[in-house]
Design a binder for this molecule. Structure first.
Ligand code: HEM
Length: 493
């Protein structure tokens, strides 16, 4: 018997064997090509359709699979089933990214890094879509498209313009804290493994007794923290543009699995109103002295995707994907995000994006009355052992029914409808925490921060923009503003 493996036969999309994949069919050896050559037509047409819209933000990224293991009892805070007991493991996919870079950009840039971690729980997909910083530039989603426009390519010059970046920031005092973080030492992580991950927002947790808390997540890198200084980053970005992606891939291939220990800060529900600043303001951290870190578990990434496009580019993580025991807080930014992601997914991937392999729930099955749409791939009905599914509810045929139990209890609200800008807590200012962060820095760190800011600021011709921006730094700490002003003058020469 001949045991030589037979070569796999190349086929068309419809499965017919292909006779020639090297030569187009022509009328005679030198003649024009024939429209009957389906292999050629299909190949060229298919190729033209390989690209889908890149994410409007966080386009550049990389990801991997792994698991989350509970290491401490947190049932006092949440009834989420995947957190129900120490030792419990849940499959995870995580995608890391940079916010403003386009697909194909270099990894080693000064930018916020995003991390979307999906937990395939038995109660549905739970998506934690966070960043490597505990804060953000703005506190109202109305400003998000403008923030991003100012940091992406200018419509006229086609390049990123420091003038646009700092013009927006000069008009956005609440960004001072995030700016101080981003232009400081943590602004360019060495790779995705050596950085912490934060939910940044508060979420609501509810335990089995209905006791509710506000919770912020902190994933601390077990690898430690490693960052690049500006000049190192310039070299790495030039010599090894895919540095972060390669680092993650190679580490996992080598069995050096990256992990993060998850801690939460827990604020009792009733603390929120009387706290000294609005605890749902995304431009502020909760001091650990008030709300210390409580251990929850460990996220380990131990498997690379086999196909980056289908498993990572097509992942559709959504901060609105909650499970029983976890829900949203009134953070206005989060509330805006609860809309934005599924909407982006429907545009980028289509209405049936949740049927793609990486998006489908794995710990349970989605079962509802949503129907049809472009590219629906599953067949509802008899395959689940039932006679036939009805597409309406309520029905008399055993279709899925509601539980009557909300995922979390929500919260009480009162107040007049309006576009409110007025602070409601006594320390709702824009500068205090930015100044605190600056004052925590060593002299060397302060010097690097000033140099990092001075480089783009010195490239801006409009001195009024620079002055307006530096006024925010001064308001955070007089010496901070002074130092940056001098650094700009020195850079301009
Ligand atoms: C991606 C909107 C703020 C973290 C995205 C996407 C949109 C979006 C439309 C692309 C989604 C996709 O195509 O799959 C917004 C809006 C925001 C906001 C409107 C403010 C109102 C934030 C904040 C964080 C964050 C504060 C972190 C705390 C991420 C991450 C991704 C992302 C990690 C990439 C997800 C992935 O890897 O698939 N955002 N975003 N975003 N955003 Fe936001």
């Amino acid at each position: 018997m001949d045991l030589t493996p037979r070569p796999r036969v190349l086929t068309t999309e419809s499965g017919a064997p292909v006779a020639d994949n090297q030569h187009s069919a022509s009328a005679g050896p030198a003649g024009p090509l024939l429209i009957q050559d389906q292999q050629l037509l299909e190949k060229l047409a298919r190729f033209n359709r390989e690209r889908i819209p890149e994410r409007v933000v966080h386009a550049r990224g990389a990801g991997a699979y792994g698991y989350f293991e509970v290491t401490a009892d947190v049932t006092g805070h949440t009834r989420a089933a995947f957190l129900s007991e120490p030792g419990k493991r849940t499959e995870v996919v995580a995608r890391f990214s940079a916010v403003t870079s386009s697909l194909g950009s270099a990894d080693a840039t000064r930018d916020i890094r995003g991390v979307a971690a999906r937990f395939y729980t038995e109660e549905g997909n739970y998506d934690m879509v966070g960043n490597n910083t505990p804060i953000f530039f703005i506190r109202d989603p109305m400003k998000f498209p403008d923030l991003i426009h100012s940091q992406k390519r200018d419509p006229y010059t086609g390049t990123v313009e420091p003038e646009n970046v700092f013009d927006f920031l000069a008009h956005t005092p609440e960004a001072t804290h995030q700016v101080t973080w981003l232009y400081g030492d943590r602004g360019i992580p060495a790779d995705y493994r050596h950085m912490d991950i934060y939910s940044s927002h508060a979420f609501q947790w509810e335990n089995a007794e209905g006791v509710r808390s506000w919770v912020k997540y902190h994933f601390k890198s077990d690898q430690g923290i490693a960052n690049l200084h500006s000049e190192q980053a310039r070299r790495v970005a030039g010599e090894q543009p895919d540095s972060h992606q390669q680092d993650l891939l190679k580490a996992i291939e080598a069995g050096d699995f990256p992990s993060w220990t998850l801690y939460v800060q827990v604020m009792p529900e009733s603390d929120a109103d009387g706290y000294r600043f609005n605890p749902f303001d995304l431009t502020k951290v909760w001091p650990h002295a008030d709300y210390p870190l409580i251990e929850v578990g460990r996220m380990v990434l131990d498997r690379n995707p086999e196909d980056v496009f289908t498993e990572i580019e097509q992942v559709a993580c959504n901060p609105a994907n909650f499970v029983p025991g976890i829900g949203p807080s009134p953070d206005k930014m989060l509330q805006g995000r609860l809309f934005a992601y599924a909407d982006a997914h429907r545009y980028r991937l289509g209405v049936n994006n949740m049927q793609l392999g990486v998006n489908r729930p794995r710990g349970t099955t989605a079962d509802n009355y949503g129907r049809d749409g472009f590219m629906r791939a599953d067949t509802p009905g008899p395959h689940r052992g039932r006679a036939r599914d009805r597409n309406y509810e309520p029905n008399s045929f055993g279709g899925p029914v509601q539980t009557d139990r909300p995922l979390v209890g929500g919260g009480e609200v009162a107040g007049r409808v309006g576009s409110h800008a007025t602070p409601s807590h006594r320390e709702d200012d824009d500068y205090r925490q930015a100044g605190d962060l600056y004052r925590l820095m060593s002299q060397d760190e302060r010097a690097r921060l000033a140099t990092n800011l001075a480089a783009p600021l010195a490239a801006i011709d409009r001195t009024d923009i620079v002055e307006r921006f530096i006024a925010h730094l001064r308001a955070a700490d007089e010496e901070y503003g002074e130092r940056v002003e001098q650094a700009v003058a020195a850079t301009r020469g």
